[in-house]
Design a protein around this ligand. Structure first.
Ligand code: EUG
Length: 611
């Protein structure tokens, strides 16, 4: 396992958007991306290519190779054979920009475990609908992805082995509209934040996009998974307006005002102006579900404004509760206007892009004293927590608000403000300034260098912005990290009354033991947090059953509600079975569910029973 097979020397530059590669990096970030890639490759000690075993491609459940091959032939006639690709080559983990759609590059099990049988590339909503009808006819499961990054949550991998990955990004990647009056846009699944940023710039309109920490993901896909960004429009689902959805029977609907036809076959003129339309608000059931395939989505764009992003450092680990109590009213009163982050000082070490061995050569958790020694020599100084906040408006408004924010944070002894001019040019704060003012970045990826062969796995509980709750969750998470020997990287993305706590488990993909520990640790955190009343906002495909079951009030009433919807919309169970813990009827109770305490090292069903 530990054999050195470094792929050094011939590191290819990543594809760029301007080469009409939908998933490429922006030209403006190319040099940074190249440097990031070579840093990462220098931390690889095992091959990132996994050989295949057995007959390929891997079949979906409940079919024969003859039936499967005949179905694929038929699909090739529908889409053109060049748009149907069998997954029968070695699995390459690639890199952030050259990410695979064959499996999960950040595999937490054997990479061969969660693989598709084939990847198909529809070019339009009509073709998506045709593929869905084909899947119903042959009862073959589909796994739709937008672009398939979904880092730390399963990548492009299907939950059911042998599913057909429906890659919407490659050919459906247009920004369909940018409206400077309504300040909105309409995108297809293959539009990344990098691309939307470029298109808005090209348009010349004074509008911002809202990027998450990394800009490579799909704007539509991120919102459908209810992801978060960092301008005042950080709630991605909350700032969407209108969808087009292909249902599991192939029917196409438009939600909100889009359901009302515009004159002469045009899109409804109010589609991106009013979210709700008339009747039940359907959009929510197409997020974190497997009830439909979103092929178009509208978003609101924020008008450009002046802004200021700054850091506040706090001296003691135990300042944590006071920091949280100080932040809450500032957020609820909207004095802090975006989604700010609170991080532990160890993250200042991690975002330098250095391997942890540059700071510490020991095993197990990096001792607090070692973190202190290194932080003392960095711009943040000897501190415990670092707050990254932003203010928006006119210069006068920003200065007035800053006085209020300073007055509140200075109540915590030793609090220190750092502004962009106070830190060197290569400091992470400058990247944060851009993210918080609508510029899609790649800098955050540098965390991956913390370990060799690193993968990320995110534990993401929702934490009330309140002293007692945040303390309880942090205690659980700290104890379990210590038990399993992982460095603790907590990032609080503060919405208002709640914070998305993102705990980044960085593990070594080259070590089976490290992978097993990462999974055991996250399963235990999910379980203990749930017992204390806290649940995740999002999770990895292989942890979905466990998380879904924690939302079990009244004897799993919510899960049954989801199953009722699933069975009525998707009676053949073809759409993303198991996604978000929702299993169609023909899979339920047949051993597919991966619950806590079931320590299977595979996603396959417990028994060999037929569907
Ligand atoms: C991050 C944030 C997330 C997430 C995964 C990673 C950022 C880490 C708010 O949501 O789901 C720095």
């Amino acid at each position: 396992m530990a054999s050195k097979s470094n792929v050094q020397g011939a590191i290819q530059p990543p594809p760029v958007l301007s080469d009409s590669h939908h998933s490429g990096i922006s030209q403006r970030l190319l040099e940074e991306a190249k440097a990031s890639k070579s840093r990462l490759y220098s931390n690889r000690t095992v091959s990132s290519v996994t050989a295949r075993k057995g007959e390929l491609p891997v079949l979906p459940p409940d079919t024969t190779r003859e039936k499967f091959n005949a179905a694929i032939d038929e699909l090739q006639k529908i889409l053109g054979s060049q748009h149907v690709v069998l997954n029968d080559k070695p699995l390459e983990d690639g890199w952030y920009i050259e990410h695979p759609n064959t499996h999960d590059a950040f595999h937490i099990l054997d990479p061969n475990d969660t693989v598709s049988s084939a990847i198909v590339y529809p070019g339009s909503t009509e073709e998506v609908s045709a593929v869905v009808k084909w899947a119903n006819k042959h009862e073959i499961p589909l796994w739709p992805i937008s672009m398939g990054r979904n880092l730390g949550y399963g990548g492009a991998a299907p939950r059911v082995r042998g599913s057909i990955v429906l890659d919407l990004g490659k050919r459906m990647n247009k920004v369909l509209k940018i409206d400077p009056d309504q300040c909105s846009c309409m995108v297809e699944p293959g539009v990344s934040y990098y691309k939307l940023y470029e298109e808005v710039k090209k348009s010349g309109y004074p509008l911002w996009i809202d990027p998450p920490d990394l800009g490579g993901g799909s704007v539509l896909g991120n919102a459908v998974d209810r992801g978060v960004g960092y301008t005042p429009y950080g709630d991605h689902f909350g700032n969407h307006c209108g969808m087009e959805v292909v249902l599991p029977n192939g029917e196409v609907i438009r939600t909100g005002m889009g359901a009302l036809p515009g004159p002469n076959g045009t899109d409804n003129p109010t589609w991106q102006a009013f979210q709700y339309g008339y009747g039940p608000y359907a959009d929510g059931i197409f997020t974190q579900s497997n009830f439909g395939i979103v092929t178009k989505m509208g978003f609101w764009l924020m008008p450009e404004t002046e802004h200021l992003t700054f850091m506040v450092t706090f001296p003691k680990d135990d300042d944590f509760e006071e920091i949280i109590e100080t932040i809450r009213p500032l957020m609820i009163k909207r004095i802090l206007g975006n989604v700010p982050q609170l991080r532990h000082v160890i993250q200042e070490l991690a975002v330098t892009g250095k391997n942890r061995e540059a700071f510490y050569q020991g095993q197990g958790q990096m001792p607090r004293e070692v973190i202190r020694q290194h932080a003392s020599k960095m711009p943040c100084g000897d501190c415990s927590w670092v707050f990254y906040g932003s203010l928006y408006g006119t210069q006068k408004q920003i200065q007035d608000t800053l006085e209020i924010v300073k007055k509140e944070f200075y109540k915590i002894q030793g609090a220190r403000f750092l502004f962009p001019n106070d830190v060197p040019e290569d400091h992470y704060l400058h990247s944060r300034v851009r993210v918080c003012s609508g510029v899609a970045e790649i800098r955050e990826l540098d965390w991956l260098n913390w370990k060799k062969n690193a993968g990320h796995l995110f534990f993401a509980p929702i934490c009330p912005t309140r002293r007692e709750d945040s303390r309880k969750i942090l205690d659980i998470v700290s104890r379990i990290h210590k038990e399993y020997g992982f460095d603790l990287f907590p990032t609080y993305c503060i919405a208002n009354r709640e914070m998305h706590l993102i705990v980044n488990i960085v593990y070594d993909r080259g070590s089976e033991e490290n992978k097993r520990k990462a999974v055991a640790a996250i399963r235990k955190m999910i379980d203990e947090c749930a017992k204390a009343g806290y649940g995740e906002y999002r999770t990895h495909i292989l942890l979905a059953d466990q998380v879904a079951h924690t939302y079990g009030w009244n004897n799993q009433a919510m899960l049954r509600f989801h199953e009722t919807i699933k069975d009525s919309l998707d009676p053949n169970g073809i759409l993303a079975p198991g996604r978000n813990g929702i299993w169609p009827k023909k899979y339920r109770g047949k051993g597919w569910e991966l619950l806590y305490g079931d320590n299977r090292q595979t996603s396959a069903p417990k028994t060999e029973s037929k569907l």
